[in-house]
Design a protein around this ligand. Sequence first.
Ligand code: ADP
Length: 492
Amino acid sequence: MATATEQATIATPEVRQTKILINGEWRDAVSGKTFQTINPATEELIAEVAEGDEADIDLAVKAARKAFESGPWATMDARDRGRLIHRLADLIEENFDELSALETLDNGKPIADARAADLPLVIDCLRYYAGWADKIQGDTIPIRGNFLCYTRREPLGVCGQIIPWNFPMLMTAWKWGPALAAGCTIVMKPAEQTPLTCLRMGELAMEAGIPPGVINIVPGYGPTAGASLVKHPDVDKIAFTGEHLTAQRIMADAAMTLKRLTFELGGKSPNVVFADADIDAAVAGAEFGLFFNQGQCCCAGSRVFVEESIKEQFVDRIVERAAARKVGNPFDTSTMQGPQVDQDQFDKIMSYIEKGKSGGAACVTGGNRVGDKGYFIEPTIFDNVTDDMDIATNEIFGPVMSILSFKDLDEIIERSNSTFYGLAAAVWTRDIGKAHQYANAVKAGTVWVNCYDVFDAGAPFGGFKMSGIGRELGAAALNNYTELKTVTVSLD
Ligand code: ADP
Protein backbone atom coordinates (compact mmCIF):
# COMPACT_ATOMS: atom_id res chain seq x y z
CA MET A 1 0.00 0.00 0.00
CA ALA A 2 1.40 3.40 -0.94
CA THR A 3 1.79 5.97 1.82
CA ALA A 4 0.80 9.60 1.38
CA THR A 5 4.42 10.56 0.72
CA GLU A 6 4.99 8.09 -2.12
CA GLN A 7 2.35 9.30 -4.53
CA ALA A 8 0.40 6.70 -6.48
CA THR A 9 -2.90 6.54 -8.29
CA ILE A 10 -5.20 3.75 -7.20
CA ALA A 11 -7.19 1.92 -9.86
CA THR A 12 -10.94 2.44 -10.16
CA PRO A 13 -12.73 -0.53 -8.60
CA GLU A 14 -15.28 -2.77 -10.26
CA VAL A 15 -18.92 -2.16 -9.28
CA ARG A 16 -20.30 -5.55 -8.30
CA GLN A 17 -23.71 -4.87 -6.84
CA THR A 18 -26.45 -2.43 -7.89
CA LYS A 19 -29.66 -4.25 -6.96
CA ILE A 20 -32.04 -4.37 -4.01
CA LEU A 21 -31.36 -6.88 -1.24
CA ILE A 22 -34.51 -8.52 0.14
CA ASN A 23 -34.54 -11.78 2.05
CA GLY A 24 -31.03 -12.66 0.89
CA GLU A 25 -31.89 -12.20 -2.79
CA TRP A 26 -30.74 -9.50 -5.16
CA ARG A 27 -33.60 -8.15 -7.22
CA ASP A 28 -34.66 -5.35 -9.51
CA ALA A 29 -37.14 -2.76 -8.28
CA VAL A 30 -40.78 -3.85 -8.55
CA SER A 31 -41.28 -0.82 -10.82
CA GLY A 32 -38.23 -1.80 -12.89
CA LYS A 33 -36.87 1.72 -12.39
CA THR A 34 -33.22 2.62 -11.85
CA PHE A 35 -31.39 5.79 -10.85
CA GLN A 36 -27.89 6.97 -11.63
CA THR A 37 -25.02 7.23 -9.24
CA ILE A 38 -22.45 9.75 -10.43
CA ASN A 39 -18.71 10.00 -9.88
CA PRO A 40 -18.35 13.43 -8.20
CA ALA A 41 -14.76 13.82 -9.40
CA THR A 42 -15.64 13.47 -13.09
CA GLU A 43 -19.45 14.01 -13.20
CA GLU A 44 -19.61 10.75 -15.17
CA LEU A 45 -22.05 7.92 -14.62
CA ILE A 46 -20.72 5.13 -12.39
CA ALA A 47 -23.73 2.81 -12.49
CA GLU A 48 -27.49 2.52 -12.72
CA VAL A 49 -28.88 1.34 -9.41
CA ALA A 50 -32.27 -0.27 -8.75
CA GLU A 51 -34.65 2.43 -7.51
CA GLY A 52 -36.76 1.06 -4.69
CA ASP A 53 -40.03 2.67 -3.63
CA GLU A 54 -43.08 1.80 -1.55
CA ALA A 55 -43.57 -1.67 -3.10
CA ASP A 56 -39.96 -2.71 -2.50
CA ILE A 57 -39.98 -1.30 1.02
CA ASP A 58 -43.09 -3.35 1.76
CA LEU A 59 -41.41 -6.56 0.57
CA ALA A 60 -38.28 -5.73 2.56
CA VAL A 61 -40.28 -5.04 5.73
CA LYS A 62 -42.15 -8.36 5.34
CA ALA A 63 -38.83 -10.20 4.99
CA ALA A 64 -37.40 -8.38 8.02
CA ARG A 65 -40.52 -9.17 10.07
CA LYS A 66 -40.37 -12.85 9.17
CA ALA A 67 -36.66 -13.02 10.01
CA PHE A 68 -37.34 -11.30 13.32
CA GLU A 69 -40.27 -13.45 14.42
CA SER A 70 -39.22 -16.87 13.18
CA GLY A 71 -36.26 -18.63 11.65
CA PRO A 72 -32.62 -18.79 12.62
CA TRP A 73 -32.12 -15.19 13.76
CA ALA A 74 -34.98 -15.29 16.28
CA THR A 75 -33.69 -18.48 17.92
CA MET A 76 -29.95 -17.96 17.58
CA ASP A 77 -27.81 -17.75 20.72
CA ALA A 78 -26.59 -14.22 21.28
CA ARG A 79 -22.97 -15.37 21.19
CA ASP A 80 -23.48 -16.84 17.72
CA ARG A 81 -24.96 -13.53 16.57
CA GLY A 82 -21.76 -11.92 17.77
CA ARG A 83 -19.72 -14.43 15.81
CA LEU A 84 -21.54 -13.51 12.58
CA ILE A 85 -20.92 -9.80 13.15
CA HIS A 86 -17.23 -10.62 13.69
CA ARG A 87 -17.25 -12.57 10.44
CA LEU A 88 -18.70 -9.58 8.59
CA ALA A 89 -15.93 -7.37 10.04
CA ASP A 90 -13.34 -9.93 8.90
CA LEU A 91 -14.74 -9.98 5.37
CA ILE A 92 -14.68 -6.18 5.22
CA GLU A 93 -11.04 -6.30 6.29
CA GLU A 94 -10.29 -8.94 3.63
CA ASN A 95 -11.84 -6.65 1.00
CA PHE A 96 -10.26 -3.47 2.40
CA ASP A 97 -8.70 -2.27 -0.87
CA GLU A 98 -11.81 -2.80 -2.96
CA LEU A 99 -14.18 -1.23 -0.42
CA SER A 100 -12.02 1.83 0.24
CA ALA A 101 -11.70 2.42 -3.53
CA LEU A 102 -15.45 1.95 -4.02
CA GLU A 103 -16.13 4.52 -1.28
CA THR A 104 -13.79 6.96 -3.01
CA LEU A 105 -15.45 6.34 -6.37
CA ASP A 106 -19.01 6.91 -5.17
CA ASN A 107 -18.42 9.63 -2.57
CA GLY A 108 -15.31 11.41 -3.87
CA LYS A 109 -13.38 11.27 -0.59
CA PRO A 110 -9.60 10.94 -0.87
CA ILE A 111 -8.46 7.34 -0.95
CA ALA A 112 -5.99 8.15 1.84
CA ASP A 113 -8.91 9.14 4.11
CA ALA A 114 -11.03 6.13 3.14
CA ARG A 115 -8.10 3.92 4.11
CA ALA A 116 -6.97 5.73 7.22
CA ALA A 117 -10.36 6.64 8.67
CA ASP A 118 -13.51 5.15 7.13
CA LEU A 119 -12.52 1.52 6.75
CA PRO A 120 -10.67 1.10 10.08
CA LEU A 121 -13.57 2.77 11.93
CA VAL A 122 -16.10 0.53 10.16
CA ILE A 123 -14.23 -2.63 11.10
CA ASP A 124 -13.67 -1.46 14.67
CA CYS A 125 -17.34 -0.52 15.09
CA LEU A 126 -18.59 -3.93 13.95
CA ARG A 127 -16.10 -5.75 16.18
CA TYR A 128 -17.05 -3.58 19.15
CA TYR A 129 -20.74 -4.47 18.75
CA ALA A 130 -19.98 -8.12 18.01
CA GLY A 131 -18.58 -8.18 21.53
CA TRP A 132 -21.79 -6.72 22.96
CA ALA A 133 -24.13 -9.36 21.50
CA ASP A 134 -23.93 -11.67 24.53
CA LYS A 135 -23.66 -8.90 27.12
CA ILE A 136 -27.02 -7.20 26.76
CA GLN A 137 -28.69 -8.04 30.02
CA GLY A 138 -31.33 -6.93 32.50
CA ASP A 139 -31.39 -6.44 36.29
CA THR A 140 -33.02 -8.08 39.24
CA ILE A 141 -34.91 -5.50 41.29
CA PRO A 142 -35.69 -5.74 45.02
CA ILE A 143 -39.36 -4.66 44.90
CA ARG A 144 -41.71 -4.73 47.95
CA GLY A 145 -43.44 -8.04 48.73
CA ASN A 146 -42.69 -11.66 48.02
CA PHE A 147 -41.80 -11.34 44.38
CA LEU A 148 -38.96 -11.92 42.01
CA CYS A 149 -38.74 -8.90 39.74
CA TYR A 150 -36.36 -8.75 36.85
CA THR A 151 -35.93 -6.92 33.57
CA ARG A 152 -35.10 -8.22 30.12
CA ARG A 153 -33.64 -6.20 27.30
CA GLU A 154 -35.40 -7.56 24.25
CA PRO A 155 -34.64 -6.70 20.63
CA LEU A 156 -36.86 -3.88 19.43
CA GLY A 157 -37.93 -5.53 16.19
CA VAL A 158 -37.80 -4.36 12.58
CA CYS A 159 -35.62 -1.28 12.33
CA GLY A 160 -35.68 1.19 9.45
CA GLN A 161 -32.30 2.85 8.99
CA ILE A 162 -31.82 5.88 6.76
CA ILE A 163 -28.34 7.22 6.20
CA PRO A 164 -26.62 10.11 4.41
CA TRP A 165 -23.82 10.17 1.85
CA ASN A 166 -20.88 11.69 3.75
CA PHE A 167 -19.62 8.45 5.36
CA PRO A 168 -21.64 5.77 3.58
CA MET A 169 -19.89 2.70 4.99
CA LEU A 170 -19.29 4.13 8.42
CA MET A 171 -22.92 5.20 8.83
CA THR A 172 -23.93 1.69 7.75
CA ALA A 173 -21.68 0.17 10.41
CA TRP A 174 -22.92 2.57 13.12
CA LYS A 175 -26.47 1.48 12.31
CA TRP A 176 -25.96 -2.25 11.72
CA GLY A 177 -23.60 -2.91 14.65
CA PRO A 178 -25.93 -2.19 17.58
CA ALA A 179 -29.06 -3.38 15.73
CA LEU A 180 -27.54 -6.78 14.94
CA ALA A 181 -25.97 -7.15 18.38
CA ALA A 182 -29.38 -6.54 19.97
CA GLY A 183 -31.06 -9.12 17.69
CA CYS A 184 -33.08 -6.72 15.55
CA THR A 185 -33.67 -7.00 11.81
CA ILE A 186 -32.98 -4.19 9.39
CA VAL A 187 -34.37 -2.41 6.37
CA MET A 188 -31.75 0.09 5.29
CA LYS A 189 -32.10 2.92 2.83
CA PRO A 190 -28.71 4.27 1.79
CA ALA A 191 -28.40 7.79 0.40
CA GLU A 192 -29.24 8.11 -3.29
CA GLN A 193 -25.85 9.77 -3.94
CA THR A 194 -23.80 6.87 -2.51
CA PRO A 195 -25.52 3.47 -2.51
CA LEU A 196 -22.62 1.31 -3.70
CA THR A 197 -20.59 0.45 -0.60
CA CYS A 198 -23.69 -0.28 1.46
CA LEU A 199 -24.83 -2.75 -1.21
CA ARG A 200 -21.39 -4.36 -1.26
CA MET A 201 -21.51 -4.64 2.54
CA GLY A 202 -24.86 -6.37 2.08
CA GLU A 203 -23.18 -8.95 -0.15
CA LEU A 204 -20.49 -9.50 2.45
CA ALA A 205 -23.14 -9.83 5.17
CA MET A 206 -24.76 -12.63 3.17
CA GLU A 207 -21.34 -14.24 2.63
CA ALA A 208 -20.71 -14.00 6.39
CA GLY A 209 -23.82 -16.10 6.97
CA ILE A 210 -26.13 -13.49 8.42
CA PRO A 211 -29.50 -15.15 7.72
CA PRO A 212 -31.72 -13.94 4.85
CA GLY A 213 -34.11 -11.17 5.84
CA VAL A 214 -31.99 -9.91 8.74
CA ILE A 215 -30.40 -7.19 6.61
CA ASN A 216 -32.43 -5.82 3.70
CA ILE A 217 -31.20 -2.88 1.62
CA VAL A 218 -33.47 -0.73 -0.52
CA PRO A 219 -31.65 2.02 -2.43
CA GLY A 220 -33.85 4.85 -3.64
CA TYR A 221 -34.90 8.43 -2.93
CA GLY A 222 -35.90 9.99 0.37
CA PRO A 223 -39.46 11.12 -0.38
CA THR A 224 -40.35 7.72 -1.93
CA ALA A 225 -38.37 4.82 -0.45
CA GLY A 226 -37.37 6.73 2.72
CA ALA A 227 -40.85 8.07 3.48
CA SER A 228 -42.47 4.66 2.83
CA LEU A 229 -40.13 3.10 5.37
CA VAL A 230 -40.96 5.80 7.91
CA LYS A 231 -44.72 5.39 7.44
CA HIS A 232 -44.79 1.60 7.27
CA PRO A 233 -46.97 0.25 10.11
CA ASP A 234 -44.81 -2.84 10.61
CA VAL A 235 -41.56 -0.96 11.21
CA ASP A 236 -40.82 -0.51 14.92
CA LYS A 237 -38.13 2.11 14.77
CA ILE A 238 -36.39 4.60 12.50
CA ALA A 239 -32.75 5.51 12.99
CA PHE A 240 -31.92 8.49 10.82
CA THR A 241 -28.80 10.49 10.12
CA GLY A 242 -29.12 13.61 7.98
CA GLU A 243 -30.47 17.14 8.06
CA HIS A 244 -32.71 18.45 10.84
CA LEU A 245 -35.30 19.54 8.27
CA THR A 246 -35.58 15.93 7.04
CA ALA A 247 -35.80 14.74 10.65
CA GLN A 248 -38.76 17.07 11.23
CA ARG A 249 -40.51 15.53 8.20
CA ILE A 250 -39.69 12.03 9.48
CA MET A 251 -40.98 12.82 12.96
CA ALA A 252 -44.28 14.00 11.49
CA ASP A 253 -44.55 10.96 9.22
CA ALA A 254 -43.74 8.60 12.11
CA ALA A 255 -46.34 10.13 14.41
CA MET A 256 -49.24 7.98 13.26
CA THR A 257 -47.43 4.75 14.11
CA LEU A 258 -45.60 6.17 17.15
CA LYS A 259 -42.28 4.73 16.03
CA ARG A 260 -39.22 4.90 18.18
CA LEU A 261 -36.95 7.52 16.65
CA THR A 262 -33.27 8.28 16.95
CA PHE A 263 -31.72 11.13 15.04
CA GLU A 264 -28.16 12.22 14.40
CA LEU A 265 -28.39 15.61 12.71
CA GLY A 266 -26.37 18.65 11.77
CA GLY A 267 -24.29 21.15 13.65
CA LYS A 268 -22.51 24.46 13.67
CA SER A 269 -19.86 23.37 16.09
CA PRO A 270 -17.69 25.88 17.92
CA ASN A 271 -13.94 25.24 17.93
CA VAL A 272 -12.53 27.57 20.59
CA VAL A 273 -8.84 28.52 20.72
CA PHE A 274 -7.59 30.34 23.82
CA ALA A 275 -4.39 32.39 23.73
CA ASP A 276 -2.68 29.95 26.10
CA ALA A 277 -3.20 26.98 23.74
CA ASP A 278 -0.48 25.05 21.95
CA ILE A 279 -0.94 27.08 18.77
CA ASP A 280 0.62 24.53 16.43
CA ALA A 281 -1.76 21.86 17.68
CA ALA A 282 -4.75 24.23 17.58
CA VAL A 283 -4.06 25.30 13.99
CA ALA A 284 -3.65 21.69 12.87
CA GLY A 285 -6.80 20.73 14.80
CA ALA A 286 -8.81 23.56 13.26
CA GLU A 287 -7.69 22.51 9.78
CA PHE A 288 -8.58 18.86 10.38
CA GLY A 289 -11.78 19.70 12.28
CA LEU A 290 -13.20 21.65 9.35
CA PHE A 291 -11.58 20.48 6.12
CA PHE A 292 -11.62 16.72 6.79
CA ASN A 293 -13.97 14.93 4.36
CA GLN A 294 -14.35 18.12 2.26
CA GLY A 295 -16.08 19.75 5.23
CA GLN A 296 -18.91 17.25 4.90
CA CYS A 297 -19.05 16.28 8.58
CA CYS A 298 -22.04 16.88 10.83
CA CYS A 299 -19.59 17.76 13.61
CA ALA A 300 -17.33 20.01 11.49
CA GLY A 301 -15.71 22.76 13.56
CA SER A 302 -17.17 25.44 11.32
CA ARG A 303 -17.15 28.31 13.82
CA VAL A 304 -13.53 28.81 14.82
CA PHE A 305 -13.43 31.24 17.75
CA VAL A 306 -9.93 32.59 18.42
CA GLU A 307 -9.00 34.72 21.45
CA GLU A 308 -8.40 38.27 20.26
CA SER A 309 -4.74 38.56 21.24
CA ILE A 310 -3.63 35.68 18.98
CA LYS A 311 -6.16 36.00 16.19
CA GLU A 312 -3.91 37.60 13.59
CA GLN A 313 -1.17 35.05 14.11
CA PHE A 314 -3.71 32.22 14.01
CA VAL A 315 -5.29 33.45 10.77
CA ASP A 316 -1.89 33.71 9.04
CA ARG A 317 -1.06 30.15 9.99
CA ILE A 318 -4.37 28.52 9.17
CA VAL A 319 -4.50 30.31 5.81
CA GLU A 320 -1.06 28.96 4.96
CA ARG A 321 -2.16 25.42 5.79
CA ALA A 322 -5.49 25.67 3.95
CA ALA A 323 -3.85 27.05 0.81
CA ALA A 324 -1.34 24.20 0.86
CA ARG A 325 -3.99 21.47 0.92
CA LYS A 326 -3.79 19.34 -2.18
CA VAL A 327 -7.17 19.32 -3.93
CA GLY A 328 -7.79 16.94 -6.82
CA ASN A 329 -8.13 13.37 -8.01
CA PRO A 330 -9.32 11.44 -4.96
CA PHE A 331 -7.62 8.27 -6.25
CA ASP A 332 -4.23 9.96 -5.97
CA THR A 333 -2.86 8.84 -2.59
CA SER A 334 -1.42 12.29 -1.83
CA THR A 335 -4.72 14.13 -2.36
CA MET A 336 -6.10 15.78 0.78
CA GLN A 337 -9.38 17.10 -0.56
CA GLY A 338 -11.66 15.58 -3.18
CA PRO A 339 -14.86 16.91 -4.74
CA GLN A 340 -18.10 17.70 -2.91
CA VAL A 341 -20.59 14.89 -3.30
CA ASP A 342 -22.89 16.33 -5.97
CA GLN A 343 -24.04 19.37 -7.91
CA ASP A 344 -26.65 20.35 -5.29
CA GLN A 345 -24.10 20.42 -2.50
CA PHE A 346 -21.62 22.25 -4.72
CA ASP A 347 -24.20 24.93 -5.57
CA LYS A 348 -25.29 25.31 -1.96
CA ILE A 349 -21.72 25.78 -0.74
CA MET A 350 -20.88 28.27 -3.50
CA SER A 351 -23.96 30.27 -2.60
CA TYR A 352 -22.81 30.44 1.04
CA ILE A 353 -19.40 31.61 -0.15
CA GLU A 354 -21.12 34.38 -2.09
CA LYS A 355 -23.17 35.28 0.99
CA GLY A 356 -19.97 35.41 3.04
CA LYS A 357 -18.37 37.78 0.53
CA SER A 358 -21.39 40.04 0.15
CA GLY A 359 -22.18 39.92 3.86
CA GLY A 360 -18.98 41.71 4.89
CA ALA A 361 -16.67 38.87 5.95
CA ALA A 362 -13.11 38.82 4.58
CA CYS A 363 -12.41 35.86 2.31
CA VAL A 364 -8.73 35.35 3.18
CA THR A 365 -8.15 32.24 1.09
CA GLY A 366 -10.06 30.18 -1.47
CA GLY A 367 -13.61 31.04 -2.42
CA ASN A 368 -13.61 29.55 -5.93
CA ARG A 369 -14.29 26.41 -7.84
CA VAL A 370 -11.27 24.26 -8.72
CA GLY A 371 -11.12 23.23 -12.40
CA ASP A 372 -14.18 22.92 -14.61
CA LYS A 373 -15.08 19.27 -14.12
CA GLY A 374 -16.07 17.62 -10.86
CA TYR A 375 -17.47 19.35 -7.79
CA PHE A 376 -14.17 20.70 -6.42
CA ILE A 377 -14.06 23.80 -4.22
CA GLU A 378 -10.98 25.56 -2.84
CA PRO A 379 -10.40 25.32 0.90
CA THR A 380 -11.99 28.60 1.94
CA ILE A 381 -11.55 30.74 5.05
CA PHE A 382 -13.50 33.80 6.08
CA ASP A 383 -12.03 36.14 8.68
CA ASN A 384 -13.82 38.91 10.60
CA VAL A 385 -17.01 36.86 10.74
CA THR A 386 -19.70 38.00 13.18
CA ASP A 387 -22.28 35.84 14.95
CA ASP A 388 -25.23 37.09 12.92
CA MET A 389 -23.81 36.38 9.44
CA ASP A 390 -25.31 33.60 7.32
CA ILE A 391 -22.00 31.76 7.22
CA ALA A 392 -21.82 31.78 11.03
CA THR A 393 -25.33 30.52 11.66
CA ASN A 394 -26.07 27.98 8.91
CA GLU A 395 -24.54 24.58 8.37
CA ILE A 396 -22.59 24.88 5.10
CA PHE A 397 -21.36 21.26 4.90
CA GLY A 398 -18.38 22.21 2.78
CA PRO A 399 -14.75 23.40 3.01
CA VAL A 400 -15.65 26.83 4.38
CA MET A 401 -14.28 28.00 7.73
CA SER A 402 -15.52 31.05 9.61
CA ILE A 403 -13.11 32.71 12.04
CA LEU A 404 -14.53 34.86 14.83
CA SER A 405 -12.73 36.46 17.74
CA PHE A 406 -13.59 36.51 21.45
CA LYS A 407 -12.31 37.98 24.72
CA ASP A 408 -13.09 35.68 27.65
CA LEU A 409 -14.56 32.42 28.89
CA ASP A 410 -18.03 33.64 29.89
CA GLU A 411 -18.50 35.36 26.56
CA ILE A 412 -17.38 32.35 24.56
CA ILE A 413 -19.64 29.96 26.45
CA GLU A 414 -22.63 32.14 25.68
CA ARG A 415 -21.70 32.57 22.01
CA SER A 416 -20.92 28.86 21.59
CA ASN A 417 -24.40 28.05 22.83
CA SER A 418 -26.25 30.68 20.80
CA THR A 419 -27.34 28.21 18.10
CA PHE A 420 -30.13 25.69 17.89
CA TYR A 421 -27.52 23.03 17.15
CA GLY A 422 -25.58 21.16 19.83
CA LEU A 423 -23.61 18.34 18.27
CA ALA A 424 -19.96 18.95 19.10
CA ALA A 425 -17.54 21.55 20.44
CA ALA A 426 -13.81 21.77 21.00
CA VAL A 427 -11.59 23.88 23.21
CA TRP A 428 -7.84 24.44 22.98
CA THR A 429 -6.06 25.65 26.13
CA ARG A 430 -3.28 24.61 28.50
CA ASP A 431 -5.44 25.67 31.49
CA ILE A 432 -7.14 22.49 32.64
CA GLY A 433 -9.67 24.35 34.80
CA LYS A 434 -10.77 26.53 31.91
CA ALA A 435 -11.03 23.48 29.66
CA HIS A 436 -13.34 21.69 32.09
CA GLN A 437 -15.43 24.78 32.78
CA TYR A 438 -16.00 25.12 29.06
CA ALA A 439 -16.68 21.40 28.61
CA ASN A 440 -19.29 21.49 31.39
CA ALA A 441 -21.02 24.62 30.13
CA VAL A 442 -21.20 24.03 26.40
CA LYS A 443 -24.43 22.45 25.17
CA ALA A 444 -23.03 19.76 22.90
CA GLY A 445 -23.13 15.98 22.81
CA THR A 446 -19.37 15.69 22.32
CA VAL A 447 -16.63 17.99 23.58
CA TRP A 448 -13.04 17.59 22.46
CA VAL A 449 -10.30 19.17 24.57
CA ASN A 450 -7.03 19.85 22.71
CA CYS A 451 -8.12 17.50 19.93
CA TYR A 452 -10.82 17.25 17.26
CA ASP A 453 -12.79 14.49 15.56
CA VAL A 454 -11.53 11.77 17.86
CA PHE A 455 -14.03 8.97 17.31
CA ASP A 456 -14.18 5.57 18.92
CA ALA A 457 -16.82 2.86 18.69
CA GLY A 458 -17.02 2.89 22.50
CA ALA A 459 -17.63 6.64 22.89
CA PRO A 460 -21.27 7.77 22.52
CA PHE A 461 -21.97 10.37 19.86
CA GLY A 462 -25.07 12.46 19.26
CA GLY A 463 -26.63 15.84 19.68
CA PHE A 464 -28.13 18.21 22.21
CA LYS A 465 -30.99 20.43 21.02
CA MET A 466 -31.77 20.20 17.29
CA SER A 467 -28.66 18.16 16.56
CA GLY A 468 -30.34 14.93 17.48
CA ILE A 469 -32.21 12.54 19.71
CA GLY A 470 -30.44 9.60 21.32
CA ARG A 471 -26.83 8.53 21.04
CA GLU A 472 -24.99 6.31 18.60
CA LEU A 473 -21.91 4.25 19.46
CA GLY A 474 -20.96 2.91 22.87
CA ALA A 475 -23.28 1.01 25.15
CA ALA A 476 -25.73 3.91 24.79
CA ALA A 477 -26.65 2.88 21.23
CA LEU A 478 -27.87 -0.51 22.39
CA ASN A 479 -30.76 1.21 24.17
CA ASN A 480 -31.92 2.41 20.75
CA TYR A 481 -32.43 -1.19 19.66
CA THR A 482 -33.96 -2.81 22.73
CA GLU A 483 -37.27 -2.69 24.59
CA LEU A 484 -37.14 -3.03 28.36
CA LYS A 485 -39.50 -5.64 29.76
CA THR A 486 -40.23 -5.98 33.48
CA VAL A 487 -41.22 -9.44 34.72
CA THR A 488 -42.69 -9.85 38.21
CA VAL A 489 -43.10 -13.37 39.59
CA SER A 490 -45.10 -14.16 42.70
CA LEU A 491 -43.06 -16.32 45.07
CA ASP A 492 -46.09 -17.26 47.22
P1 ADP B 1 -28.51 15.53 2.98
O1 ADP B 1 -28.89 16.96 2.78
O2 ADP B 1 -27.26 15.35 3.74
O3 ADP B 1 -28.62 14.68 1.75
P2 ADP B 1 -30.95 14.49 3.95
O4 ADP B 1 -31.48 14.62 5.32
O5 ADP B 1 -31.69 15.14 2.85
O6 ADP B 1 -29.49 14.98 4.05
O7 ADP B 1 -30.75 12.97 3.53
C1 ADP B 1 -30.32 11.96 4.40
C2 ADP B 1 -31.07 10.70 4.06
O8 ADP B 1 -32.46 10.90 4.29
C3 ADP B 1 -30.95 10.22 2.62
O9 ADP B 1 -30.87 8.80 2.60
C4 ADP B 1 -32.25 10.70 2.01
O10 ADP B 1 -32.66 9.96 0.88
C5 ADP B 1 -33.21 10.49 3.15
N1 ADP B 1 -34.43 11.28 3.08
C6 ADP B 1 -34.63 12.48 2.50
N2 ADP B 1 -35.90 12.88 2.62
C7 ADP B 1 -36.57 11.91 3.31
C8 ADP B 1 -37.91 11.72 3.76
N3 ADP B 1 -38.86 12.63 3.53
N4 ADP B 1 -38.21 10.60 4.44
C9 ADP B 1 -37.27 9.68 4.70
N5 ADP B 1 -35.99 9.78 4.30
C10 ADP B 1 -35.62 10.89 3.61
